[in-house]
Structure formats: structure tokens, C-alpha cells
Design a protein around this ligand. Sequence first.
Ligand code: SF4
Length: 491
Amino acid sequence: MNTIILDVCDPQYYDDAVVLVRSFFPRTEVMRPGEARDTSAPLLSEKSLPEGPVIRHLPASDTLFVRPQIPDSTSGENGSLPDKKERHETFKRELYRDLSQYTGRTLPWGYLTGVRPSKIAFAMLQEGAGEKAILEEFEKKHLCRDDKARLALTVARREREILGTRDFKDGYSLYIGIPFCPTTCLYCSFPSYPVAGHKDQVEPYIDALIREMRASADIMRGKRLDTVYFGGGTPTALSSGQLDRLLTALEEIFPVGEALELTVEAGRPDSVTPQKMETLRRHNVTRVSVNPQTMNDDTLALIGRRHSADQVREAFHMARAAGFDNINMDMILGLPGEDEPEVKKTLEEIEALGPESLTVHSLAIKRAAALNVQRILYRDLSLVNSDALVSLTHEAAARMGLSPYYMYRQKNMTGNFENVGFAKVGKECLYNILIMEEVQTIVACGAGAATKRVFPNGRIERAMNVKDIDSYIRRTDEMADRKRKLFSLSV
Ligand code: SF4
């Protein structure tokens, strides 16, 4: 299929429809009738399409025409008028059924398109719901598969155990974004700039970041700091001296001593040195993430990571030698050309290293990623994820003594699976749970960072920072003002 023309009569349902259609037809261009290329326009004006909902293949231009059914807004489940949420649920359920019938396929998570399936189970557990009711919510309402429903429930139960009785709504977490990396990965959609080409911006960026951190600490004064997370980008793309300066500032500005954990992503092995690892340890960083994504050199070269599997092993050993007893490794399923043999090899190598946690992602191709923007160049590459591959990761994690403790989904994931974090007991990353379950305010500093204020009643409001580095450096005070405004909102 070259193109899908999606004709949604009521615009309020368009976003729901796009996500679902893309889930069934990944890597196919979806457009509105008015945006369709000339070749398909005559087909649409042939009046060959019936009135009402339809899914029809237009062979001449290899186009699929999808016109979903819009739910009746005049009668709800109990005879009352359906509310907005109910109408959207009905719309998605019906479109999912139609697409499923047309393609002969179902999706692991049914028509659930949200990023946090475990949040549904978590909220239901909080309200005292039992296993049966939670599984039914996933399987009967959202049409999820049983194994996925059980995964969401398992994760939610573990999250509750880990969070314990501490009231995280009383505290906050701090996120610091470093938007530099050694090179840009093919699938990247994060704020990230190749550090060598942006050398002159690094020091001014750190200055601006420290300024924003000071303003943020003022805003949060008197509140308890629970977790700190350095992400990006790749924080270890900074030099050892720059990391030292930033961490020293962090200790001066925030009450880091009271935090339960301090994570720094050292995601790119080609950015790791023994000196940087020692610097992190000296500043009491408790957890680092050294991410292979794959242990196959050919794939690493293809996805633009410009490091080898050997460098992953070396970086891991550097972290261990510096004294880290909590190391995470990330891997991705669905990378170009990778299937069972390649995934098995990656898992074997990770098992041999023995990290305390493993995060398994299913490749998500976001709009801004080179893999999407230049998709014509990569259209012959197979991007496969499957139940068999996902099972391999669960089996390997179990052999390593790691069990699932947080999860999330993204739009446009290969195979419509999920990302799962596995960890040894006591080595979980609290920040990951707090951000996924949205049970705590996250104060975020840096280019592209998003501060999220969680109110006691569960309401969430955000303040976004600009993504571009120069704009961020110039407008740091404005970013601080946005935060001040967010935290001055009344409860
Ligand atoms: S390491 Fe992460 S942030 Fe950096 S380019 Fe690759 S995907 Fe993007």
C-alpha cells in the first residue's frame, strides 16, 4: 500500500483515527482527502464509494480509502448522552474492529493507543479493583490480548510495591537534559545535536542550564527532592571537567543529599571514559545506563551509532571498575535487518555482562527521525518485531533475575508492542515509575525539557522549554518564568 486516504467527517476523531490506522499500516503515508496526490483524486471523484463508513482498496494508485464510522452522540450506554471520553472510546473500538476485519489481524494492545497502559491497572489497583475486573477492562473493553493485560497488571503491582507508603505527591523529581550526542542515531527524535559540530555551544549551554537550575531550585524551595535524572541526548557526551562542573553546581543548588537516587544516562558507549565514570561516582551518582541497543556491529553502523559492540563491553567494564553496582542497559527490537539470530546474540552478550536492569524498546519511528524523514532511502530495510522476539527478551531477563517493573508505549512502534524495564529487586529506577504513572511533579531543565506539575487531585499542567540550543541559551530566563507561572497556578 502506498498511501492511505483517511476521511474523517468529524475532525475531533481525526487524531484517534490516524494512530489506529498507522498501527495497522506502519510506514504507509496517511493523508486527508484534500492532501491526496493527483493520481488518487480521480478515483475519489468517481463516486464509486458508497455513503457511510468504508474501507476500500483503490488498486489503480495502490491507495486505501478509509472513512470511519462516527459514533452516535445522542445516546450513550445507559440511555444518557455519552460523554467525550465515551464517544472517543466507541469511535476507536469500532474503527479497530473494522480495520481488524479488513486486515485479518489483531493488535497486541487492541485499540489502546495511550502511552501508559500500566497506568490504567495502577489506578484501578489504587481504587481497590481486583484482578478479574482489571483483566476484563483490558480484554473486553480495550480488546487487548490476555498476556498484555497480565503484563500491565504485573507491572502495576510491582510499581505499587516499589513506591510503598511514601507519598510522592509531597516531593518532586528533577530532570536535567543534555542535548548533545557523539552522532545522531537514525531513529532519534530526542533533542540531540552532534557534540563535535556544536562544540562552541557546550559551555554557554552549561552556563544557561545552571542558571535555569538555580531559578528552579528557588521555585521548589521547601519541597522534598526525591529523584534526579540526567538524560538527553547523552550527558556523558560532555567532558569529564564539564560533568564535574555541572554536578558540583547541582550539589550546591539542590538538596541532592536527600534524594533517593541519582541517575545519569551514559547511553552512548563511545562517550564513556574511565575518568568520566570516576567523576560520576565521586558525585554520588547511583545508577548509570550504558546502552548497546544491539550488539551487532553491522546494525550499529547502519543506525548511525558509530561505535562497536566491543566499545559497549569496554564502557560497561569502566562503569563497574568505577564502582557502579546499578547499571542499566537498553536494547531495541525491530532494528533494520534484525531478527531472531541478531536479537539472541544481543541478549547473550548482555547476559554475559550481567546488568542490574535491562530496558527493552520496540523501535518507534517518530516523525522527526531520519528513518522517517528519509524513508525512501530506507524503504527496503525490514523492520520486524514479533511475539517471538519479545518472548526472547522476557526469557533472558528472567534468567538474569530481572523482572518487569515499568512500561510504556509510543506511537508508531514496530509490531505495536511496548517498552519494558526489567530490574533486580531493589535496583529499579524510581524516576521511571514516577514519570510513567504521573504520580509526582517533575521539574525539568534544559533544551526541550518538559516540566510536569501533578496537582493533589491528579490534574496535570506542563511548561515546555524551547528545543533549539541557541534559543534556549538566549531565552533561559523566559523558561524560568514559564516554570514560575506554572507553580503559581492555584491548586
Ligand atoms: S543516543 Fe539517544 S539521544 Fe543520542 S542520538 Fe542516539 S537516540 Fe538520539
